[in-house]
Design a protein around this ligand. Structure first.
Ligand code: 5GP
Ligand code: SF4
Ligand code: MG
Length: 456
């Protein structure tokens, strides 16, 4: 998911800014979008299924007046894809209204929820974020910072949060910093967003990343920072660099673009091959393919043309839709690839659907050889932290060997980036990265069946 929070009492139409910011975060989720605007503690919101552009009209934006606004684009990992599960979540409790937007996934939401339900709490959605909202509401007697801090103590998992209530905008990043969150300055106020690419479009200036285990409170036009967890080791999601984030974002000091290009260069060293042309699976493989071409000295060219108006295939919740959408999305540029030995670079193989279809398409169009190079290691383990790879049986990398996968997708050769290569490409000194979907080495405890429920 993608989240944004804007605090700018001086600015006239704050929801419009949130709207533009959400556009820049659209790649992080396309199922639903929502904005909540807070005017002196009174919160109005609107959320609906669909893309940002489909969900909001001028009229709706006009109605959402306030001094603070938060927004969310959703990509479901827990809870079905229904509008009731869209965010921001707005709850009313004794202390007033609270709106919350969450990117991430709690691993102990089920347990907490059961406890709360035993106590008679009623839930309106099936998302884990509602657990957070409820726990904050139950602590209504405390100051909101305390209520949030108390809630965070109980949570395990990944969360970047933006919360607004009364005259405050609050941002939180989980103790491992699994999901990104950054802070910026805008005319007369501040912005929090999942990725720095959201700042550019609204004219905000990047200040810094929120640290792991840090809570930021913005009120009276001032920033206060609380390090609510001082002990946990940082473990930023490496997949943000592989696929999820936009290349023009910077996360924790590293440019996503540079990391991807580095990864492509390292991949070329790890898996060289004699070929005539390097092509990318656009857009997710493009930057890595450029890196591969630079390091291998094989020219880069366009072999696949992407229809810009089709969403991300992976994010389509069901498999048949996913297969159809590969063809909807990509077509071969025959003139460029006929008779050639190709290196086809993609960012990741998850289910294997995409690569198989593309190799088929390239061969049918006359490619002589197709050497698939993947700019991340085999995805072998489920992510419990907000990236949708829920069951291991669907991960080809968990079930088959590299050679078997090569055969399945019909490639002449197949090479994956190593875990060391990936970590090196991100080049984050002194900060460790989560690589659990590749290594099985989870930074925090995950549900029991976790690491090996191959055929559930
Ligand atoms: P698959 O192997 O599942 O058919 O598809 C892999 C492709 O899905 C890659 O090209 C990658 O860019 C894209 N993709 C889209 N969303 C995601 C995601 O959330 N995780 C992963 N791993 N890949 C994704
Ligand atoms: Fe990211 Fe993979 Fe870790 Fe999930 S398991 S947080 S996708 S690195
Ligand atoms: Mg892709």
């Amino acid at each position: 998911c993608g989240i944004i929070g804007i605090y700018a009492p001086g600015i006239e139409n704050i929801s419009q800014l949130a709207y533009f910011g959400l556009h820049a975060l659209q790649h992080r989720g396309q199922e639903s979008a929502g904005i909540a605007a807070n005017k002196s503690g009174e919160i109005h919101y609107y959320k609906e299924m669909g893309l940002v552009q489909e969900v909001f009209s001028d009229k709706v934006i006009e109605r959402l007046q306030g001094d603070i606004a938060i927004g969310h684009v959703r990509y479901s990992t827990t809870g079905e894809s229904y509008v009731t599960n869209a965010q921001p979540l707005v709850v009313h409790h004794k202390g007033g209204a609270i709106a919350l937007a969450h990117n991430g996934n709690l691993v102990n939401a089920g347990e907490i929820r059961e406890k709360l339900e035993d106590d008679g709490v009623i839930f309106q959605t099936s998302i884990d974020s509602e657990v957070i909202a409820n726990m904050i509401a139950r602590n209504h007697k405390m100051e909101i910072e305390e209520a949030i801090k108390n809630t965070l103590k109980e949570l395990r998992g990944s969360y970047a949060l933006v919360i607004t209530c009364k005259d405050k905008l609050i941002g939180v990043r989980d103790p491992q910093g699994l999901r990104p969150l950054c802070l910026g300055r805008i005319d007369g106020g501040y912005v929090l967003a999942s990725e720095s690419c959201a700042f550019h479009v609204i004219g905000a200036e990047f200040i810094r990343d929120v640290s792991h285990g840090e809570m930021i409170i913005i009120e009276n036009n001032k920033i206060k920072s609380i390090k609510y967890d001082k002990d946990s080791k940082k473990s930023l999601c490496s997949f943000e660099f592989v696929y999820f984030a936009r290349p023009d974002s910077t996360i924790d000091g590293q440019s996503v673009y540079v990391a991807r290009r580095n990864a492509g260069k390292i991949l070329a060293k790890e898996h060289p091959v004699d070929a005539d042309l390097v092509i990318a699976v656009p857009d997710s493989g493009t930057v890595a393919a450029i890196g591969y071409a630079q390091a291998s000295k094989i020219p880069f060219g366009e072999g696949l043309i992407k229809n810009r108006y089709v969403g991300r295939t992976f994010i389509q919740p069901d498999q048949r839709m996913r297969e159809r959408s590969v063809k909807l999305k990509l077509n071969v540029l025959k003139e460029n690839i006929k008779g050639k030995r190709l290196v086809m670079v993609d960012d990741s193989i998850v289910r294997g659907t995409t690569s198989k279809q593309i190799v088929d398409m390239l061969k049918q169009a006359g490619a002589k050889e197709v050497h698939v190079r993947v700019c991340s290691p085999p995805v072998k383990y489920s992510c419990y932290f907000g990236i949708d790879t829920p069951t291991r049986k669907n991960l080809v990398g968990a079930v088959y060997s590299v050679e078997e996968i090569r055969e399945m997708i019909g490639a002449d050769s197949l090479g994956y980036l190593s875990i060391e290569g990936l970590v090196k490409s991100i080049n984050m000194e002194g900060c460790s990265l989560c690589t659990a979907c590749f290594s099985g080495d989870y930074p925090i405890e995950v549900p029991k069946q976790g690491s090996n429920y191959l055929f559930e």
